[in-house]
Design a protein around this ligand. Structure first.
Ligand SMILES: Cc1cc2nc3c(=O)[nH]c(=O)nc-3n(C[C@H](O)[C@H](O)[C@H](O)COP(=O)(O)OP(=O)(O)OC[C@H]3O[C@@H](n4cnc5c(N)ncnc54)[C@H](O)[C@@H]3O)c2cc1C
Length: 396
């Protein structure tokens, strides 16, 4: 069995890798190094997104009818791995997770209006599921949408709505059913809410990884009925499919691969106190071998999932297993890479003597988010037990 890319896929990857070197200009890197710009949103970042869209890269694996290039999920996965490897903060949940949900469940009007813009790099969609009292237990959410003629009127509050400060829409989970008559998870719906809508507002929450997420507020926000994604009161089905795709995309090892290569380069060119090249010392060799093997396993698991999507057989337990393994591998790999760099590895970017532009230090601070983004790892283990091992559903 050949688990590697085909020669054509490798050629496409190399072409895109070279293309990204042109996109990542010094000016764009400078913009991204500014406080709170690590997730994009600045003018040069928006320009780069549009450029990649109009050059046909964002929709590489998408059907032509929505502006894609007509390749499949494996090529789309190559795009994601490479765009993150290049160091561009790419809103991949919009293209890889929300986009497919819109394609599958949205009204034709919304689908045909939004998908081409997403693939053109013109549109960012944030995810609004979590609330102050509903994280893991999402079915406890209280934000409510009432039908009023051909509109829904939304009232409530979300927390951790990442990217809402640069997004055009929020993919919002709301309660539409009557909690007295419907089981909690059966009364939920998904609405696409424009961030330009009257009554929508947000406040920032700053994270230890120099990033920003948001609390978002909905005060009599009116959205047309056609913004309903899927059927009313059947949002759970939309959410579970979206989350499985999210778990795969979150764990792609593009950034880790780049930092690994840079760490190896550092070890090749740096000597320890005794004058030996780091790369020649058994301790560093062991650390690098451990990182290499973990990243390679993760890469193969992600590629297998991309293949499963191409076959239409995305598996819940596999998606959760990648999430658990990927998070633990990231933590371990970044820690070991920092050990290779030594004390200067933990200097922040901009500090004299910072190594790898402080990128490894920054990512090590950011990585804990992977432990709960897309559902905490405790819950992923429950899903693996239930769907992968056939054990009884855990009590909630
Ligand atoms: C930086 C950041 C970005 C985020 N971005 C988004 C976003 O864009 N959109 C969005 O909707 N949400 C987002 N989230 C929210 C994230 O999905 C939630 O934090 C996550 O679902 C956990 O919910 P919680 O924080 O309320 O923790 P809780 O649900 O209160 O969990 C606390 C702990 O208890 C454990 N636990 C809870 N229930 C069980 C159980 N039944 N069995 C075993 N253990 C359990 C959990 O695993 C966890 O360890 C983000 C969070 C952060 C911090």
């Amino acid at each position: 069995m050949d688990v590697d890319f085909s020669p054509e896929q490798r050629a496409l990857r190399d072409e895109f890798r070279a293309y990204m070197r042109g996109i990542m200009t010094p000016d764009l890197r400078e913009e991204l190094a500014q406080p709170l710009a690590t997730e994009g949103g600045g003018p040069l970042w928006r320009q780069a997104m549009r450029q990649m869209g109009s050059d046909g890269w964002i929709g590489l694996g998408w059907p032509r009818e929505w502006g894609g290039r007509g390749y499949g999920p494996i090529e789309q996965y190559i795009f994601i791995e490479e765009v993150t490897r290049a160091g561009l903060p790419f809103p991949y949940l919009t293209t890889e997770s929300i986009g497919p949900a819109i394609a599958e469940f949205a009204s034709p009007a919304i689908r045909d209006a939004l998908l081409p813009k997403i693939l053109a790099g013109e549109l960012v969609v944030a995810i609004g599921y979590s609330e102050p009292h509903a994280g893991t237990d999402m079915a406890a959410l209280r934000t409510r949408a009432e039908r009023d003629g051909d509109h829904y009127v939304i009232n409530g509050q979300k927390v951790y709505t990442s990217l809402a400060h640069i997004a055009d829409y929020v993919f919002l989970a709301v309660r539409t059913g009557d909690p007295e008559t419907l089981p909690r998870h059966k009364g939920l719906s998904i609405l696409l809410v424009p961030t330009s809508a009257e009554g929508f507002s947000f406040t920032p929450i700053y994270t230890v990884g120099d990033g920003e997420t948001n609390a978002t507020y909905y005060d009599n926000v009116r959205v047309p009925v056609e913004n309903l994604i899927g059927e009313e009161n059947r949002g759970w089905q939309v959410v579970t499919g979206q989350l499985n795709r999210e778990r795969l995309t979150l764990m792609n090892p593009g950034t880790a691969n780049l930092l690994y290569q840079q760490t190896v380069e550092h070890a090749r060119n740096t000597r320890d106190g005794s004058g030996a090249l780091l790369i020649e010392t058994p301790r560093v060799q062991r650390l690098l071998a451990s990182v290499y093997s973990q990243l390679r396993v993760l890469q193969l698991a992600c590629r297998k999932q991309a293949w499963a999507i191409a076959q239409g057989t995305l598996d819940v337990a596999d998606a959760s297993a990648i999430k658990v393994y990927g998070y633990e591998a990231f933590l371990d790999c970044y820690r070991q890479m920092l050990e290779v760099l030594g004390p200067d590895g933990v200097l922040k970017r901009g500090s004299p003597g910072a190594l790898l532009q402080g990128q490894l230090e920054l990512i090590y601070r950011s990585v804990p988010v992977y432990g709960f983004a897309g559902g905490t790892n405790e819950i992923q283990r429950d899903l693996i037990a239930q769907f992968g091992l056939g054990l009884p559903r855990a009590k909630r």
